[in-house]
Write a new protein. Structure first.
Length: 206
C-alpha cells in the first residue's frame, strides 16, 4: 500500500471499508445475535467519535500549531468528515437491526427524546456529508455552507458529550470520551479568542 491511500477520497474509501469489516466482524463473531448488534453499536459510536474529534479540531490545530501533521489533517478534513458519516451510518444500521431483532429491549433502552435528538444529529450528519463537495458550496453559497457545517459540528459535539455523560454511572470509562470532546471544545474556543484578540490589535489605529 502506498502513501497516496492516506489522502483524499481514497482515504475515505479505505476507512469506510475497514469500518464495514469491523462491524460485520463483531456481529458475525456473536452469531448475528442482539448482543453482537449492541457491541457493534458501541464500537461504531467510538469510531465515530475518534473520527469526528480531529475533524472538529482541524482548523484550530493548524492555526495554533502549524506542522506537517496538522496541515495533513486540515487538507484531509473533508475526507475524514465523510468517513465519520460512514461510521455513523453503520452505527445507524446496527441500531435499526437491534430495534428489529428485539423491539421490547430496544424500547426499554430508548426514549422519545433520544430518538428526536439523535434523529436531528443524523440530519446534520447527512446534510454535511452531502455538501462535502465543491459544487455544494457553490449551490448553497459560502455563507450558508459555513452556517450549516458550523451549527452541525457544534450540535454533534454537544450530543457526544450528553450521550457519553449519561453512560458514565455504569461505566466510568465514558468520562474519557466526555473529557476528549470538552478538550477539543476548549481548543476551538481558545483559537476563537486568539483570532478575536489579533483582529482587535489590527483594528487599533497606529
Amino acid at each position: 500500500m502506498t502513501t497516496h491511500w492516506f489522502y483524499g477520497w481514497r482515504l475515505t474509501a479505505l476507512i469506510a471499508f475497514l469500518l464495514s469489516l469491523m462491524t460485520l466482524g463483531i456481529i458475525g463473531a456473536h452469531d448475528f445475535s442482539v448482543d453482537g448488534l449492541r457491541m457493534a453499536i458501541r464500537a461504531t459510536a467510538r469510531t465515530s467519535l475518534l473520527l469526528f474529534l480531529p475533524v472538529f479540531a482541524a482548523s484550530a490545530l493548524v492555526r495554533l500549531q502549524p506542522n506537517d501533521g496538522t496541515r495533513w489533517l486540515q487538507r484531509n478534513r473533508r475526507y475524514l468528515g465523510v468517513s465519520f458519516a460512514a461510521s455513523h451510518i453503520l452505527h445507524a444500521f446496527a441500531i435499526i437491526a437491534f430495534a428489529v431483532s428485539d423491539p421490547v429491549l430496544f424500547g426499554s433502552m430508548t426514549s422519545t427524546g433520544t430518538l428526536v435528538t439523535g434523529g436531528l444529529a443524523y440530519l446534520f450528519i447527512l446534510a454535511m456529508a452531502a455538501t462535502s463537495f465543491d459544487g455544494a458550496v457553490r449551490w448553497l453559497g459560502l455563507r450558508n455552507w459555513r452556517a450549516l457545517h458550523w451549527s452541525g459540528s457544534w450540535y454533534i459535539a454537544i450530543s457526544f458529550i450528553i450521550t457519553n455523560a449519561k453512560r458514565t454511572p455504569g461505566m466510568p470509562l465514558y468520562w474519557l470520551a466526555v473529557t476528549l470532546t470538552l478538550a477539543v471544545i476548549v481548543l476551538r474556543l481558545f483559537d476563537w479568542w486568539q483570532r478575536r484578540k489579533a483582529a482587535r490589535i489590527v483594528s487599533i489605529p497606529a
